[in-house]
Write a protein that binds this ligand. Sequence first.
Ligand SMILES: NC(=O)c1ccc[n+]([C@@H]2O[C@H](COP(=O)([O-])OP(=O)(O)OC[C@H]3O[C@@H](n4cnc5c(N)ncnc54)[C@H](OP(=O)(O)O)[C@@H]3O)[C@@H](O)[C@H]2O)c1
Length: 246
Amino acid sequence: MSDKTEKTAIITGASRGIGANLARKLAADGFAVVVNYNSSADAAETLVSNIKASGGTAIAIAADISARDGIAHLFDTAKAEFGGVDVLVNNAGIMSCASIADTDDDAFEKQVAVNLGGVFRGMRSAANQLRDGGRIISFSSSVVGLYQPTYGVYAATKAAVEALTHVLAKELGPRGITVNAVAPGPVATDFFLKGKSDQLIENMIAMNPFKRLGQPDDITNVVSFLASEQGGWISGQTIRANGGVI
Ligand SMILES: NC(=O)c1ccc[n+]([C@@H]2O[C@H](COP(=O)([O-])OP(=O)(O)OC[C@H]3O[C@@H](n4cnc5c(N)ncnc54)[C@H](OP(=O)(O)O)[C@@H]3O)[C@@H](O)[C@H]2O)c1
């Protein structure tokens, strides 16, 4: 076990995108960071090396959060390495856009397994194992409030994350644990950019009052605040970090 006494944060899906940016941010904030990944082992290990080179503490742990034992493995390994867990960020997520008529069972079940199953099991493990005064922050999406064609299943999984968040905040408040959701609008990661034409991206930028896409920093600054001591009186909230698009 590490002899360091800093607080520990688990971030699911931290090998790439917003999660990787958040791992760097929380490490700079002083957390020992668990960088969870599913398939991007090299990216996760490189990220951990970079955090360590900057004086931070981090380990990479492979776990498929959609599997029944994925989250349990993350918590077990984090506790063995760092002695306990203070913050869980349920960041990992997938999206597969199609009309409801065209969504097959595999696409439905996969999104539910990662976006809802992974977050549910993350919340359950955190509720049982987080130290008092801890933080649970889960990723929703601003599409929950937009009701756009082709986003039905994805938005439904994220709406469920918000429901779990608001219930769990009431269950864990007596232990000083805050539970919140962050709902980004479009953020310039593979997740959003992949498969979209330049024209579609321009159209989405035009819809935003700030006339730009969100950047990972726009989101990780919010999560960093919620994870901090200063965020301790915010609980049971969904924060729509989207530049005012809705
Ligand atoms: N980008 C946006 O525009 C946007 C907008 C609203 C909400 N969000 C939400 O923000 C979160 C992060 O999105 P992002 O843009 O950073 O996505 P991203 O760039 O696609 O990264 C997704 C991350 O999730 C991990 N992941 C996927 N399935 C996993 C599984 N079964 N187990 C463990 N890890 C898994 C990936 O790990 P591997 O590569 O190792 O598989 C990767 O590190 C998601 O919950 C997403 O729904 C994003």
